[in-house]
Design a protein around this ligand. Structure first.
Ligand code: FMN
Length: 329
């Protein structure tokens, strides 16, 4: 068992893998805003093993695995672990790509995506479709485990069209992953409705009944560190994974910061923009940043007006110029 998936005392808090969000830039930004001891683990965006295995596709997909030197250093300083998340279909390709990832990169673990509900991947039989294909799911886990010395975990959902925790979790435990992160929704629910934490509680009970020590982490609708701690107490999970909560509060992992002043929010926005520009140098579209601008420009007088202005901006230079000319009290 990998020790970073459990803590002797307390709950492991992690930042969820999110496509087009949790790249090296965002991970560094989130770490720079966290207070010590509130963030322990992060994941990359999911990367297709078939894409990484392809001589042409590799370059594009590998952008999802980029780790900036500044991120690496901050992560080491803060003792935060980073796990690469992969998805795909073919166990042999999983094996080869996991070997390559282990050799080429500086990740602390590899996570297999068995939860994404997007039609395109489900149609192929990948991600959350694996909940209905345990033979392949088992082969994939073994293929990755035999390729790497790193801990291999699984992130999944409770079922396809209804909760099947009672069938699915004992099967996964038998495969002996380093950890299981359970998002308390079915594939059919996508991101709708509320995550069912009773199912997460059931998964912990099933783990205990199986006398297994595999860490179970819960995911879905965690609104604050306190909310996560309460959910951990109620369900007995070893860890709490936070996804969209970070959009509501970029200082999520610094719970003492309740009212962050406008100036600091703008400074953070500018830091984020510069790091994004330097890192991607045109490889990623500037407009991706607008999703993040909305989260910084919130909660102070005049924020709505600034937000509306910034949504019209089309280049890095114009962002810098706009804020240089803006007077904030
Ligand atoms: C924009 C976005 C992208 C996501 N991409 C991934 C992904 O690449 N891999 C994955 O396992 N889950 C992905 N998810 C799901 C989240 O990791 C998480 O399971 C889900 O949002 C529920 O947690 P939350 O309620 O805290 O947001 C994504 C979610 C969002 C909102």
């Amino acid at each position: 068992m990998a020790d970073f998936w459990t803590k002797n005392s307390g709950t492991v808090f992690s930042l969820a893998p999110m496509e087009d969000v949790t790249d090296t830039v965002f991970r560094e930004v989130v770490m720079s805003m966290a207070s010590p001891g509130n963030l322990h683990l992060m994941m990359t965006e999911f990367a297709s093993v078939e894409g990484l295995n392809h001589p042409v596709g590799r370059k594009r997909v590998a952008e999802r695995l980029v780790i900036n030197e500044s991120e690496r250093q901050l992560r080491k300083e803060l003792g935060i672990k980073l796990v690469a998340q992969i998805w795909g279909l073919n166990p042999e390709i999983y094996h080869n790509v996991s070997k390559w990832i282990t050799e080429e990169y500086d990740f602390d673990g590899i996570d297999i995506n068995m939860g994404c509900p997007v039609k395109k991947v489900v149609k192929m039989g990948a991600c959350s479709a694996l909940i209905n294909d345990p033979v392949r799911a088992g082969e994939i886990i073994q293929a990755v485990k035999s390729a790497t010395h790193l801990p291999v975990s699984v992130k999944t959902r409770t079922g396809i069209s209804r909760h099947e925790t009672e069938r699915w979790i004992p099967f996964l435990l038998e495969q002996k992953p380093a950890a299981i992160t359970l998002h308390g929704r079915t594939q059919k629910m996508q991101s709708e409705g509320l995550a069912d934490w009773q199912q997460i509680s059931l998964a912990v009970r099933l783990r205990d009944e199986a006398q297994s020590d595999i860490p179970v982490h819960g995911n879905g609708d965690v609104l604050s560190v306190d909310d996560g701690l309460a959910k951990a107490r109620e369900t007995g999970v070893d860890g709490i994974m936070v996804g969209r909560g970070i959009f509501h509060n970029p200082w999520f992992f610094h719970p003492e910061r309740v009212h962050v002043p406008a100036r600091e929010r703008i400074d953070q926005l500018l830091f984020h923009t510069r790091l994004f520009e330097q890192t991607w140098q045109g490889k990623k579209n500037f407009n991706i940043l607008k999703r993040f601008y909305k989260i910084y420009l919130n909660g102070f007088p005049g924020a709505a007006h600034i937000r509306a202005d910034v949504m019209e901006i089309k280049s890095y230079e114009d962002v810098y110029r706009y804020f240089e000319n803006l007077s904030i009290d």
